[in-house]
Design a protein around this ligand. Structure first.
Ligand code: GLN
Length: 497
């Protein structure tokens, strides 16, 4: 056990690795411990407990401790393995990038460093962020710290397992169609997908460029507010990053309350047949609690919801097929030893390097972009995407925030969703808002009765309304005091370490 070095301010029993960002910053400011001790606590915790969880792919302890020494007031953050950090591997959990070491920092990493954080440890994910369970990782298995027989969600499953399992202070994830929010829901974390353009994508390995956003995955809403402020901002390296000034989100959420907040209930989201009854119960309770705390409930309609999955699975693979063309065995990573000429070098390197889901997406994407099909699929999908965005515009004329389930089920068992289509349905609730480019969060809402699995609730706000989103999320969190993994373990004895 790592000794707790600090004076008691929150919870006498807390270990350093259990702290969140705000708690860590306050402890450092008071001189109770330094970044070196915090980083060492995370390293020790990883050694003790990550054997069974498998959140991390790699962790350069020496580098992390050296960074901590240079930046004694910083807080270590775990990084999803598709974000470039100078001198660290960046594999996207793909065999095709095994051994690749990044020569530069993504803008989010430069921003983090400037904001008082250090990148420490690379966490697992679905290969190239394609998936909802982290089972598509080409490099390792990650288990849900709340039930080791179940998946942590995905694609930011390593980030969620690390945060939910107290294997880090906080983590960065990315969300293209739900990859921050769904794993956050599965692992009892807060996850925030910023509006498209709020956070720079420069140096973040591209999956679907019109959707990808980096965001915080944390132990509480305050931490998400602190991290988002550090991450966000306009970046000349990313033409889609927005010039809007970045508010001090932590200040913005002071005194957060549900009083007078108009919360929209999209009728299409509650009519879904695959919605798990326990998730439904927890979300309905959440809705009732919001109302009891002074929110005004408004029934709304997002009429094009039914088309969102189809639209996403045209647009995202189309963009992926173009983005992943760069992995050709020439410039990056894996190069086939079997190649006889340039053509077979491309074909064999890609055939050997990519996993089945990535290949499936490349094939789908190439198909929908091919001449003769482009108008019927890609062109049509873009038009429907506009209709989906308008649904949200109309909704946000009437309400401040939308509430919904985050995922239709709690964490499922390994292998339970073998069929890609059932796996895709996991993102039913998160894909429409991703297509609309608005911001959304997942906030822990409760645990299922039978299996004690965490369930998150989703809040969605309009584009660049992160301050409002975080305020509502915080007001909700105040009604659901944080139940740490340590509390959970005491009750359940699930995780041995
Ligand atoms: N699960 C979705 C997919 O497989 C979303 C992934 C993501 O947001 N990166 O595409």
């Amino acid at each position: 056990m790592v000794p707790c070095l600090r004076e008691i301010c929150y919870n006498t029993h807390m270990e350093l690795y259990e702290l969140g960002v705000r708690e860590a910053q306050e402890g450092i400011a008071k001189g109770e411990f330094s970044c070196v001790e915090l980083t060492q606590a995370v390293i020790d915790r990883r050694k003790a407990a990550d054997g069974e969880v498998g959140a991390y792919l790699t962790f350069d302890e020496e580098q992390a401790l050296a960074l901590a020494k240079e930046n004694p007031k910083s807080v270590p953050i775990a990084i999803k393995d598709l974000i470039n950090v100078r001198g660290q591997p960046c594999t996207c959990a793909s065999k095709i990038l095994k051994g690749y070491v990044s020569p530069y920092d993504a803008t989010v990493i430069a921003n983090l460093r400037a904001g008082g954080f250090i990148p420490a440890g690379r966490v697992n994910m679905d290969e190239f962020a394609m998936g909802s369970s982290t089972e598509n990782s080409g490099l390792g298995v990650t288990r849900n710290p709340y039930d080791l027989e179940r998946v942590p969600g995905g694609s930011s499953g390593g980030s969620a397992a690390a945060v939910g399992g107290d294997l880090c202070i906080a983590a960065l994830g990315t969300d293209t169609g739900g990859s921050i929010r769904q794993p956050a829901s599965f692992c009892n974390c807060v996850g925030v997908k910023p509006s498209y353009g709020r956070v720079s994508r420069y140096g973040v390995t591209a999956f679907a460029s019109s959707l990808d956003q980096v965001g915080p995955m944390t132990k509480c809403v305050d931490d998400a507010a602190i991290l988002l402020r550090a991450l966000a901002g306009c970046d000349p390296h990313d033409g889609t990053s927005a010039p809007d000034p970045v508010p001090d989100y932590l200040k913005e959420i002071e005194g957060a309350s549900m009083k007078g907040v108009r919360i929209g209930l999209p009728k299409e989201y509650f009519e879904v047949s695959g919605l798990d009854p326990e998730v439904k119960r927890i979300v309905e309770e959440a809705v009732r609690d919001c109302e009891a705390a002074g929110a005004e409930l408004v029934e709304i309609s997002l009429p094009h919801t039914d088309y969102a999955m189809a639209v996403y699975y045209i647009i995202a693979p189309a963009e992926a097929s173009a983005n992943l063309a760069r992995f050709d065995g020439v410039r990056y990573g894996h190069r086939s030893a079997e190649a006889k000429d340039v053509y077979s070098l491309y074909v064999k390197s890609r055939a050997e390097g990519f996993g089945p889901e990535v290949k499936r997406r490349i094939i789908m994407g190439t198909y929908v972009l091919s001449s003769g099909y482009y108008d019927a699929y890609y062109g049509k999908a873009q038009k429907v995407r506009t209709l989906i965005r308008r649904d949200f515009d109309e909704a946000f004329a009437k309400v401040d925030a939308i509430i919904s389930p985050c995922a239709p089920t709690p964490a499922f068992k390994f292998g339970a969703n073998q069929d890609p289509l059932t796996m895709y349905l996991n993102d039913l609730y998160t894909i429409p808002s991703a297509l609309a480019g608005v911001c959304a969060s997942s906030v822990p809402a409760g645990f299922t009765a039978a299996d004690s699995l965490p369930v998150g609730v989703q809040f969605i706000c309009g584009g660049f309304e992160e301050a409002k989103l975080l305020r509502v999320s915080k007001a909700f969190e105040l009604m659901r005091p944080r139940r740490t993994l340590a509390d959970f373990r005491k009750e359940k004895g699930r995780l041995s370490a």
